[in-house]
Write a protein of this length. Structure first.
Length: 423
């Protein structure tokens, strides 16, 4: 359906046309009409489905330009998501007389307070920074009529549930609530049932645990051989934009150093970086200055990193849900995508948990890219104990050992470094 068929302001349709958008995505086609009618919505949609536009477009349609108070509040779990959503708001509202502002941690709060005095009608915020502003009485939420909570599952995983509920209670003039997430747990639904005023419509727009266009496989690789395997994969796909996920924060930085040493330009991101460094890394990848992006799971949710051809899970995620969000970075908007996961002997249980939770069977391939047939379950048993091997039939050390060495004589950059906790 074309955007011109919706009951939208001419300024919004004009801005979308200038951006090259004439037809709505499937998610937008189903969400926008209901949102324009003021319905409370609980939307389950996959990554890359156009859900940001699905809530930004109808939210902008409600703005009263003469009222210089926040009228729409959008909550995002991370700084990067808040910045990206604000960019989308800014572009679509280019022909409207209104203002928008993103407030988040890692940025001077005094400057954000000064910007709030200018009267933005849409505020995009992370819960922690918004709570700080509320405690300082630096933001007036009395005119907020629309609340949008994006990436609800990640918001809860990061421990923001209490902050979200507290913010929710302060919105005395609230008329519409919309939530968006790739998954909804029973705990999340209980919170929504308790806090949404009135009835709501639930839209399940993605039921499959993976994107249909993603070819996702795994390889059995010894812990010490993962870096060598990673180089082989990167050399095999020299023109692909690649996103690599690691388990720990410090590993993103270490892996980037080893890749740089071996002739690969890469950018990395993790939760402990300064905001300017995070922005610089994201910009380098978006602008094509580097084709390899390394991150922890904080980077897997919602970041607007388009045209990713290959996702590499350097480690098997401990959380089965994280696997879906990771591989969801590729194969977006109907494009083909690839995802490869390295599985060591110690990570075999995590692999089985992913398959069991999502009721899928991930294809195993060997070094040559050939499918490895799985033996019948009866052959997996040996006196009640399962035999687990890496791709060479051997076990290579403990999971806590360094994984980036190329040979026995090579010393790591940080030989005596204390290992960080898993993110």
């Amino acid at each position: 359906m074309e955007f011109s068929n919706f009951a939208l302001r001419r300024e919004i349709i004009s801005a979308l046309s200038k951006m090259g958008y004439k037809e709505a995505t499937s998610v937008q086609t189903q969400v926008i009409p209901l949102a324009l009618n003021g319905k409370n919505l609980v939307v389950q949609s996959a990554t890359g489905s156009g859900k940001t536009g699905a809530f930004v477009i109808p939210a902008l349609n409600t703005i009263e330009g003469r009222n210089r108070k926040p009228q729409v509040l959008i909550l995002e779990p991370t700084r990067e998501l808040a910045m990206q959503t604000r960019e989308e708001v800014f572009k679509i509202s280019a022909d409207m007389r209104m203002g928008s502002l993103a407030v988040f941690g890692g940025f001077p709060i005094r400057r954000q307070i000064e910007d709030l005095k200018k009267g933005p009608q849409i505020v995009i915020a992370t819960p922690g920074r918004l709570m700080d502003l509320m405690e300082r009485e630096a933001i007036d939420l009395s005119a907020v009529e629309t609340l949008i909570i994006d990436e609800v599952d990640q918001m809860m995983d990061m421990g923001f549930s209490r902050a979200v509920i507290e913010i929710w209670k302060q919105l005395g003039n609230l008329k519409q609530t919309m939530t968006f997430s790739a998954t909804y747990t029973k705990q999340i639904m209980a919170m929504l049932d308790e806090n949404i005023t009135g009835d709501y419509e639930s839209l399940i727009l993605s039921q499959t645990p993976t994107v249909d266009t993603i070819n996702h496989v795994f390889m059995r690789v010894g812990a010490r051989d993962k870096y060598t395997m990673l180089k082989n994969i990167l050399e095999k796909y020299p023109n692909d934009k690649v996103m690599i996920f690691t388990a720990r924060k410090h590993e993103t930085e270490e892996l980037e150093r080893y890749l740089y040493r071996d002739g690969f330009d890469a950018a990395y991101i993790h939760g402990d970086m300064f905001q300017r460094d995070r922005v610089r890394a994201l910009r380098a990848f978006k602008e094509g200055k580097t084709r390899i992006f390394i991150g922890t799971d904080v980077a897997s949710r919602g970041l607007n990193l388009n045209n990713i051809d290959l996702v590499i899970n350097y480690h098997v995620p401990n959380d089965p849900e994280a696997y879906i969000h990771r591989i969801g970075r590729t194969g977006r908007a109907g494009a083909d995508g690839k995802a490869i996961m390295f599985v060591s002997t110690e990570e075999n249980r995590d692999l089985m948990r992913i398959e069991r939770m999502h009721k899928i069977e991930i294809t195993e391939i060997n070094l040559a890219g050939e499918v490895v047939p799985r033996p019948p379950k009866s052959e997996n048993k040996n006196g009640g104990k399962k035999r687990r091997y890496d791709y060479r039939g051997k076990s290579h050390g403990r999971s806590g050992e360094k994984n980036f060495r190329r040979d026995k004589n090579e010393k790591p950059f940080r030989n005596n470094r204390k290992v960080d906790q898993k993110k």
